[in-house]
Structure formats: structure tokens, C-alpha cells
Design a protein around this ligand. Structure first.
Ligand code: FPP
Ligand code: MG
Ligand code: MG
Length: 312
């Protein structure tokens, strides 16, 4: 099964939606950026499947399962190196800096996640004795932005810099970036909810992997919010005892999946708002904030809906 190519689709639609006078035109640099975005994403998945010891993605065997960890890591490194060459060829230092930061953020997100995952060396100070520190919800959202939203937000921002017309309009650059922030957060929240609600077969990758790997995500943290529904001590105990069946039950009793999807819907709403916010006035000066109406903008708005009911 091919990947969803969600990220390059967002980048190309953003290029079309923000090109203003040259309506609907995507320039070659913008096309190249969409490709770089997908290459960085794929490189991160090659490394991720090694870290997660995962043997299935997109309904097929992972590279590490087929060829071993060493080749999978090198394949990821190679893709990242090729992406860097293509990035340098854009001859735009601002765009190079944005995408380089993304790579830094992807790694930071993974390290933050490891720090709060049960049963690993970083979380347990290398000794494997102390219990893991649970993340606060703010820490979880920060990790989520690094891990998923940064790539989407910074690519959306970068593509507006690659057209001189949109580059000269700060409100366009900012709207694109804010759209990516919220769409990325909504996307990952749905992913984390699906881990508790969707069978492996329809996702094309193992279900309940967060639970199995000891990664604490939104459904667990939000299920803990209501002491009338979930006894926090029982959930902590079941989590640390690796009683995955009971944890999943408690997450469902605490409406963790529903609350995660509601938060995703709120971020999808904010993504829409980033593209539609009405113009404001400073004195008599009209400050634009919305993108002009176009089929590409409509498609970006529609993505905010479809990200909420995706199956994989
Ligand atoms: C998937 O998450 C993984 C990511 C979104 C980022 C992984 C990043 C790294 C491994 C850092 C190295 C980065 C580069 C660019 C080489 P997941 O494991 O929660 O989801 P999954 O179910 O798709 O595996
Ligand atoms: Mg993984
Ligand atoms: Mg992972």
C-alpha cells in the first residue's frame, strides 16, 4: 500500500492557495519542496520503525523487518542526505533553515517521547529501576508538535517563501504556518486515538502499539481527567503492571478516545480559522488575514474535515 502522501498534498495545495496573482501556479521550487517534505517524513519513518522494532507499515513488511536494522538506518540516512542536497539546490537560506529545524524537531520529539515511555533506558535513567515520570498534558502536546506538526507547519510556511508574491505578504506566511500547526496537531491526536480504537488491518500497522511500547498519549491522559469515571491509581497500577487489557478498558471508561477526538476537532477548527479569519482594522488601515477564496483553499479546508475521519 503506498503512503498517503498527505504532507506533499498539503504543501502543493498551500502553494496554489497562496500564489495570489499567479492563480493556481506552482513553481518548480515549490514542487521540489513538496518532494523534500515527503523524503524527510519517509526517512523519519525508516528510523522510527527501527526504534519501535516495528515489522509492519502500510500493510507490508518494514525495511528493518526485511533487510535488518543496519540497512534500514542507512536507508533513512541516505534519504535524509538526498533531501538535504535538494534543499540546498533551492538556494534559499530561510527555507533551508526552516527544514533543518524540522529535522531537529523530529529528533527532539522522539527523545521527549522516549523520556516518558515506560520500560526504556532513557526514561529509567539507564538503570531500569525508577518508575517513569508521566508527562503533563502540556508536555505531551509539545512532544506532539515536535514529532508531527513541525514538519507540516514549517513546510507550509516554507512553500509561501518560495513564491516572491506570497513571501512579501507576512499575513499569508503566518496563516500558512498556523494552519500547519493546527492541522499537524489534529492529525497526530487522531493517530493517537486510533491506536486505541482501530484494528491493525485497517490501519496497515499494528494497533495498540502505544500501549505495548509504554508510550503515554492523549487518550490515557484525558481518561484520567474525570475521577468519577476512572480511578487514577488503578490506571497507574495497570499501566506499570503492563496489564494492557485493563488499561484499554479504563481508557474507554474515561472516554479517552472521545476526548482526544474532540480536541483534534478543535485543532481542525483552528486550522480552518487560520485560513478564513476575517480582515481587521488598525485605525483606518485594513489588515488582511484570510487567504483569498480558491479551489485550493477549499481543498485545504476540506482536509481539516477529512483528517478527523481517516481510517489509516
Ligand atoms: C512515527 O511515530 C514517527 C515520527 C512521526 C517521527 C520519527 C522521528 C525520528 C525517528 C527521528 C529521526 C528523524 C529523521 C528525520 C531521521 P509513531 O511511532 O508514533 O507512529 P507509527 O505508528 O507511524 O510508527
Ligand atoms: Mg512507530
Ligand atoms: Mg515511534
Amino acid at each position: 500500500m503506498p503512503g498517503k502522501r498527505f504532507r506533499p498534498a498539503v504543501v502543493l495545495l498551500m502553494a496554489q492557495a497562496t500564489c495570489l496573482q499567479s492563480l493556481g501556479t506552482i513553481n518548480p521550487a515549490q514542487l521540489q519542496l513538496a518532494m523534500i517534505t515527503e523524503m524527510i517524513h519517509t526517512a523519519s519513518l525508516l528510523h522510527d520503525d527501527v526504534i519501535d522494532e516495528s515489522n509492519m507499515r502500510r500493510s507490508t513488511s518494514t525495511v528493518n523487518a526485511l533487510f535488518g536494522n543496519q540497512l534500514a538506518v542507512l536507508a533513512g540516512d541516505f534519504l535524509l542526505a538526498r533531501a538535504s542536497v535538494h534543499l540546498a539546490q533551492l538556494r534559499d537560506c530561510d527555507v533551508v533553515e526552516l527544514l533543518s529545524r524540522v529535522i531537529e524537531h523530529l529528533v527532539q520529539g522522539e527523545v521527549l517521547q522516549l523520556r516518558h515511555a515506560d520500560g526504556n533506558q532513557i526514561a529509567q535513567g539507564g538503570r531500569g529501576e525508577e518508575p517513569v515520570m508521566w508527562p503533563t498534558f502540556t508536555e505531551y502536546m509539545r512532544k506532539t508538535w515536535y514529532k508531527t506538526a513541525s514538519l507540516i507547519a514549517n513546510s507550509c510556511k516554507a512553500v509561501t517563501l518560495l513564491n516572491p508574491v506570497s513571501r512579501s505578504q507576512p499575513y499569508i506566511v503566518q496563516a500558512a504556518s498556523r494552519y500547519g500547526d493546527h492541522l499537524g496537531l489534529a492529525f497526530q491526536l487522531v493517530d493517537d486515538a486510533m491506536d486505541y480504537s482501530t484494528p491493525s488491518r485497517s490501519m496497515g500497522k499494528p494497533a495498540h502499539k502505544d500501549l505495548v511500547q509504554g508510550t503515554i498519549t492523549a487518550p490515557v491522559l484525558l481518561a484520567l481527567e474525570d475521577p468519577a469515571k476512572v480511578d487514577a491509581n488503578e490506571l497507574f497500577h495497570a499501566w506499570h503492571a503492563r496489564d494492557n487489557h485493563r488499561v484499554a478498558e479504563l481508557v474507554h471508561e474515561g472516554l479517552g478516545v472521545e476526548k482526544t477526538l474532540a480536541l483534534a476537532a478543535e485543532h481542525a477548527r483552528q486550522a480552518r480559522h487560520a485560513l478564513l479569519a476575517p480582515a481587521s482594522f488598525e485605525g483606518n488601515v485594513r489588515r488582511e488575514s484570510a487567504l483569498p477564496s480558491s479551489p485550493a483553499r477549499d481543498a485545504l479546508l476540506a482536509l481539516c474535515e477529512s483528517v478527523l475521519d481517516r481510517q489509516r
